[in-house]
Write a protein that binds this ligand. Sequence first.
Ligand code: CA
Ligand code: CA
Length: 206
Amino acid sequence: MKLFAVFSLAAIAAVGFGQSFANPTIIAIPFTGTSGASTPSNISVSGITDPITNITVDLFFLTHTFPDDIDVLVVGPTGASVILMSDVGSSFDVQGINLKFDDLAPNSLPDAALLTSGTWKPTNIGTGDTWTGAPAGPYGAALTPLYGLNPNGTWTLYIQDDLGGDIGLLDGGWQINFRTQPVPEPATLVALGVGALALLRKRRKA
Ligand SMILES: [Ca+2]
Ligand SMILES: [Ca+2]
């Protein structure tokens, strides 16, 4: 049991902690323009003190009859931003797909093919996107530059539909996920080292 506890602490130190914050409110995506009463959609983040090693964002149950119309922007509490997806997926209808955005994903979303559920790099095709009510650009293209900024405060999702005709919705809202790397206190490191050494000695004697 004691050995397990030591290894568990080591494992936590290796992979870090995950914390997620969600806003499950449905966001309607109208023919064109911002998304009605639910936009901007806010998530309040608090209590993160350790350095961030990864940020991902989930969009839940996206349905749209012309995904190329959709532009999705996230703005953090410092004003730093990232375009999660814009002008991708062409005219291929999507129904209830789940998209996770992660800089570590192997691929970007397709410009001219069906969007499918999965983990993707933030993907923006073209330039010059605007979001009604959002801070002025320029906007970021990746999540990595946000890792070193204070994450506590209000994160805002803006969805713009940039062409008439064709509508959709984000039926499950969205979520932001942080992975943090605890900074061990020197005393904790010493205790871990002494504990592991004592266990090794004990096992050798046994
Ligand atoms: Ca449209
Ligand atoms: Ca674009």
